[in-house]
Design a protein around this ligand. Structure first.
Ligand SMILES: Nc1ncnc2c1ncn2[C@@H]1O[C@H](COP(=O)(O)OP(=O)(O)OP(=O)(O)O)[C@@H](O)[C@H]1O
Ligand SMILES: [Mg+2]
Length: 332
């Protein structure tokens, strides 16, 4: 039989959640029982402890793995899932835009508190602005900050020639969105109701857009829906009304230019750079273009065996870009 001390130790280790101690004491009880000739009881107790040990090992392993959601079946061709670790501080954005994103994050983090007062967090966001200014990156940041999966909706596979099929696929996406909380990104959303659907006849485009609007309206899920576009003027005004907030992205100002370059050059010596020469060469370029130019200059520096980036190199890389990138009117 177990001694009083052993019983106390069992209860204490259970209360402390100290599993190894609990098993060790139970094994001592089994050993004592075996010595006292109670071999059947001793064996049963040992088996019980071994069984429990195995089970708790398995559940500890499962709990330590981040739950990874993968779309199944047809959804797999409609959604690309990722788990971004991007943070708001990685982006260079105008202060009002940063504040707006912070508000959205706070409302999401405090959504239970809001719910107690019958309030809902902002969760349908429309991001507009020129290419390469941070729209897709912001969707990644919102997912990263909230530790949610990012589901990018593949409009290329959603949009088919057949209106009925397109609506059925949109329905699948909205069902998934209600089932799995995440950030759902409809990138280049103008394709759902803009110029690019022009291969279909006008009535068809209207119907695709209408079904999208209807799904948006009916959706009461906890997911965050982000729609992004370079062409807000192509969007139907009915679409704007379905969003809780619109965020307008813009090309960086002079301070922004410097911040993008400094961020990209972290790890290099850049104290010697002449910003008065660099900033004018970058005016009119997007964050993405400035990043590319900075990387080009950095590569030349590295391959030249240096750690100090030169002003003239950076200016040349920036000046190179408009010709390289703007020929087809697109930045990427
Ligand atoms: N605001 C920003 N701050 C810092 N880096 C940025 C910013 N915007 C863009 N970049 C850089 O440019 C890359 C592309 O940006 P992103 O894909 O977010 O642009 P976008 O606005 O979605 O463009 P598009 O309209 O072409 O889809 C990013 O990976 C990042 O390196
Ligand atoms: Mg984008």
């Amino acid at each position: 039989m177990a001694t009083n001390d052993q019983l106390k130790a069992l209860v204490k280790s259970h209360a402390d959640g100290d599993d190894p101690q609990f098993y060790a004491v139970a094994m001592q009880v089994a050993a004592k029982a075996a010595r006292a000739g109670q071999s059947k009881f001793a064996q049963e107790l040992r088996d019980l402890v071994n069984d429990l040990r195995k089970r708790s090992d398995a559940s500890a392993r499962v709990a330590s793995i981040v739950p990874i959601v993968q779309p199944k079946g047809e959804l797999r061709s409609l959604l690309n899932v990722s788990y971004p670790d991007a943070l708001l501080g990685d982006l260079v954005l105008p202060t009002p835009l940063v504040s707006r994103i912070q508000e959205v994050l706070l409302e999401q983090r405090q959504r239970d508190t809001l719910a107690k007062y019958g309030l809902r967090p902002a969760r349908r966001l429309l991001l507009t602005g020129p290419p390469g200014t941070g729209k897709t990156s912001t969707a990644r940041v919102i997912a990263g900050e909230l530790k949610l999966p990012l589901f990018a909706i593949r409009l290329d596979t959603i949009l088919t020639k057949f209106m009925g099929e397109t609506a059925a696929k949109l329905r699948l996406v909205f069902d998934a969105l209600a089932e799995t909380r995440g950030v759902y990104l409809f990138d280049e959303v103008d394709a759902l109701g803009g110029e690019r659907s022009a291969q279909n006849d006008v009535g068809e485009i209207r119907r695709v857009l209408n079904s999208f609007l209807q799904f948006l309206e009916e959706d009461t899920s906890e997911s965050i829906i982000i729609a992004a576009t370079n062409h807000p003027q192509l969007l139907d005004s009915a679409l704007f009304r379905r969003f809780d907030t619109t965020m307008d992205f813009v090309l960086p100002d002079d301070e922004g230019v410097e911040a993008v370059i400094r961020n990209r050059l972290a790890g290099f010596q850049s104290g010697n750079l002449s910003w008065a020469k660099i900033v004018p060469a970058a005016r009119g370029l997007s964050h993405a273009e400035i990043t590319t130019a900075t990387e080009n200059a950095a590569k030349r520096t590295v391959l030249d065996g240096r750690t100090r980036v030169r002003t003239d190199e950076l200016v040349a890389a920036l000046k190179e870009l408009p010709r390289m990138h703007r020929r087809d009117g697109k930045a990427d």
